[in-house]
Unconditional design. Structure first.
Length: 255
């Protein structure tokens, strides 16, 4: 699904991402972990097209995408969420998801604005599809509530539904558990697994180690921009180098 070949990103003299290579196979949940400043966000921005690598190739379904604009990469079937919750005020949960779906609509913005008959059916389809996504993520009961008034965990689910509305093949989740309590985190874990089981490949960056260990099929560990390990969770938990960088941070792997 995704392949990084010797990807580097320099900011002046700093190598934020340094010669990183790995693959994400179709149908898996893969996590990127590492201490603060390890280069995780930079790596995500390189993949989604928000940054251009200094060197190296990024292949999405066999096609080189490094340097492409984010909307072109999105149109190829990659969707992402952001670290900070990013929902519009004044929109219901359902409308928030419909916005994501409109990106794909054929009728386009102007036809929609003038309420042309040709768009009615499409509008109804978008509404139905968006509702299905809310149901799939267990938040249908909040469809008509203002999205920004919901609990954090529910807002995260709305964001995921919005990202799924573009029908991506690969979903990038940037710290999906950030700011959530343990119950909400457990719920998000369940949703991510469900998304994977729908056949969507998931790549996530996450600080919450128990979430990563619970749901990931494979983990890549970054430290100072370099990949220091890549393996299944049980092997990562026992990897001496990984333990060393996390103990240095006063965190326990798999805690
Ligand atoms: N636009 C930028 N210009 C200069 N330096 C940057 C820029 N973006 C990131 N960096 C630096 O690159 C390094 C990697 O940062 P990055 O945010 O990718 O790490 P991270 O692993 O996501 O950290 P965190 O877990 O704290 O989010 C850091 O040293 C950071 O200060």
């Amino acid at each position: 699904m995704l392949e990084l070949q010797s990807v580097s990103k320099r900011f002046g003299g700093l190598r934020a991402v340094d010669d990183v290579s790995f693959q994400v196979r179709e149908g898996v949940i893969k996590a990127v972990i590492g201490p603060n400043g390890a280069g995780k966000t930079t790596l995500f921005n390189l993949i989604a097209g928000n940054l251009t690598p200094t060197s190296g190739q990024i292949l999405f379904q066999g096609r080189e995408i490094q340097g492409m604009k984010p909307h072109r990469i999105a149109a190829l079937g990659m969707s992402r969420t952001f670290q900070n919750i990013n929902l519009f005020h004044g929109m219901t949960a359902l409308e928030s998801v419909m916005v994501g779906r409109h990106v794909r609509s054929r009728a386009g913005f102007f036809a929609g604005m003038f309420h042309l008959p040709s768009t009615w059916r499409e509008e109804r389809e978008i509404r139905e599809k968006s509702m299905e996504l809310l149901e799939m993520l267990d938040i249908a009961e909040y469809a008509d509530m203002e999205a920004t008034s919901l609990a954090f965990g529910q807002q995260r689910a709305v964001e995921m539904a919005r990202a799924l509305a573009t029908e991506p093949k690969l979903l990038l989740l940037d710290e999906p558990a950030a700011g959530l309590n343990i119950y909400e985190t457990a719920e998000v874990a369940r949703l991510i697994t469900r998304i994977r089981d729908m056949g969507i490949t998931v790549l996530l960056v996450e600080h919450d180690m128990s979430l990563v260990m619970d749901i990931s099929d494979e983990i890549v560990v970054l430290s100072f921009g370099q990949k220091i390990a890549e393996d299944v969770p049980s092997a990562i938990q026992q990897n001496p180098e990984v333990i060393k960088i996390y103990l240095g941070e006063d965190e326990e792997v798999g805690a």
